[in-house]
Design a protein around this ligand. Structure first.
Ligand code: 3PY
Length: 251
């Protein structure tokens, strides 16, 4: 069976002491509890090593929110996949809509980031999703298909099998709007079919597809109850222990 996953995406929030307190709070709250999903904390680069050292990483994974599209060298300010892996982080979020929109990350750049992340043993959490105008024009299926095809379909089946996907409708990010459970199920099932058509049903059935975009304690249970929604990539609600825990417990 594929993994069920709840992953936080802290974005550019928390100072190091605040982030450490949050990570330790989640770690303590989960200690001794039976948890029915994998838990991942996506933190700013500056926090990765300290968070990984402060929590039990056999129970909680740590993710970076981005990585460079270059192996190493004269790229001032960039952080490579190898550097991320050396902190103890095991995951990296790639292709979040904020990176695509604000930092002009193209499908080619994202493809290279995925390649480098895999080469350094990291699990990419690859994000796809349409903007409101695309959904209103009925183009959402084509948009996510193109995002997957252009950045991921050069991978071997083995490498594709190492990915986590996240569907995040851009119109639901930071807006308080959420896709309905039915809308999420419909497009997750479509994404799984797209994967199956390329890599076969075994790979598609084993791929975890998370829902992201204003997922919170109030809607997580209904979203996660869908057969093709394998968990969530959580923005704002991952920044407080009391808001994040009920999402983990929604499984
Ligand atoms: C959100 O929930 O707003 C996100 O962008 C999660 O990645």
């Amino acid at each position: 069976m594929r993994k069920q996953i709840v992953a936080g995406n802290w974005k550019m929030n928390t100072t190091l002491p605040e982030g450490l307190a949050l990570a330790k709070g989640i770690d303590e709250a989960l200690r001794g509890k039976t948890v029915h999903c994998d838990v991942i904390l996506g933190t700013p680069f500056t926090h990765l090593a300290s968070v990984a050292a402060a929590i039990d990483t056999t129970r909680i994974g740590v993710a970076a929110e981005n990585c460079a599209d270059k192996e190493k060298g004269a790229f001032t300010g960039e952080v490579s996949a190898a550097m991320i892996a050396s902190t103890g982080a095991r995951y990296v979020i790639i292709g979040h809509s904020e990176r695509r929109a604000y930092y002009h990350e193209t499908p080619e750049i994202l493809k290279e980031k995925v390649r480098l992340a895999l080469a350094h043993g990291l699990t990419p959490i690859f994000c796809v999703g349409e903007v409101l105008a695309e959904r209103e024009a009925g183009k959402h299926f084509d948009v996510v298909d193109a995002q997957i095809r252009e950045s991921l379909f050069d991978l071997t089946a083995d490498d594709f099998g190492r990915l986590i996907l996240a569907y995040e409708p851009v119109w639901a990010i930071g807006t308080g709007k959420t896709a309905t459970a039915a809308q999420a199920q419909e497009i997750h099932a479509h994404i799984r079919q797209t994967i199956a058509a390329k890599y076969g049903a075994t790979v598609a059935d084993a791929t975890s597809i998370l829902y992201g975009g204003s997922c919170n304690a109030g809607n997580a249970r209904e979203l996660f109850a869908n057969p093709d929604v394998d968990g969530g990539l959580i923005g704002g609600a991952s920044l407080e222990v009391e808001k994040f825990l009920p999402i983990i417990e929604a499984f």
